[in-house]
Design a protein around this ligand. Structure first.
Ligand code: URA
Length: 232
């Protein structure tokens, strides 16, 4: 982005005042004084100083909820050039997904530049509930439901107890709540009780739900929602 925009976003001064700062030789990029306002900077890798003091836009914490569609990956870069969740978000700041959803899973995905919160939300010991609707090819029997909810052996390790309810019968939809984040966990757990997942959507993280947010759209979390996540 342009240097004066960076300075404005770092709340150093308005864009016009930032230009004056640049013209007067008070701004440096990577140790070199810059006097051209149009100079491009990368907020992630360049060091910008005003009067020798480092300024940064990352101080501003951003918290976003995206309704992830299927057909996109959760990481920013993909060796196969597939669409990424970042393609749906139109902001300058660098933010990162909190955990991940599979390429073929849709639903609620949080993104932020708050590393501390990401760590807390994704660390297994914090046990944040994540709720999914899995559309499956058959109705599980009572015994399977019991097995599922008590924990299932996956890759040599038992899953923690999970909640499972039949939300709909035609097609069969299961509402499933887990608090771990193992690879393709919901799909594997369903397969273990003989149900093939046809569609998977995450509808809630803790008490945060998608509400009326449309697929492919995002919104900033409210202060109340951020406070809630920090308290979890
Ligand atoms: N479990 C899965 O199987 N896939 C996801 O994307 C999330 C949880």
């Amino acid at each position: 982005m342009r240097l004066q925009k960076f300075l404005a976003m770092a709340e150093v001064a308005s864009r016009r005042k930032s230009e004056e700062l640049i013209f007067s030789g008070r701004v440096s990029v990577n140790g070199r004084v810059v006097t051209e306002a149009g100079t491009k900077v990368d907020s992630a890798s360049d060091t910008v100083c005003v009067d020798g003091r480092k300024v940064d836009i990352c101080d501003k914490k951003i918290y976003i909820m995206l309704h992830k569609p299927t057909g996109c990956i959760t990481t920013a870069n993909d060796q196969f050039g597939r669409r990424s969740v970042m393609d749906y978000i139109d902001i300058e700041e660098r933010i990162y997904p909190v955990g991940r959803l599979d390429y073929d899973t849709s639903g609620l995905l949080l993104l932020t530049n708050d590393g501390e919160l990401t760590y807390r939300l994704t660390h297994p010991k914090h046990n944040i509930d994540k709720t999914y609707i899995a559309t499956v090819d058959r109705e599980p029997a009572e015994a399977d439901i019991k097995r599922f909810s008590e924990g299932i052996m996956l890759d040599g390790r038992r899953t923690a107890p999970a909640r499972i309810d039949i939300a709909d019968k035609n097609p069969v939809k299961l509402e499933i709540t887990i608090h771990e984040g193992r690879n393709r966990q919901v799909r594997k757990m369903c397969e273990a009780i003989g149900c093939r997942v046809l569609r998977l959507e995450r509808i809630a993280v803790g008490e945060l739900t998608l509400g009326s947010l449309k697929k492919g759209k995002y919104r900033h979390l409210t202060e109340k929602e951020v406070a809630y996540l920090k308290e979890l």
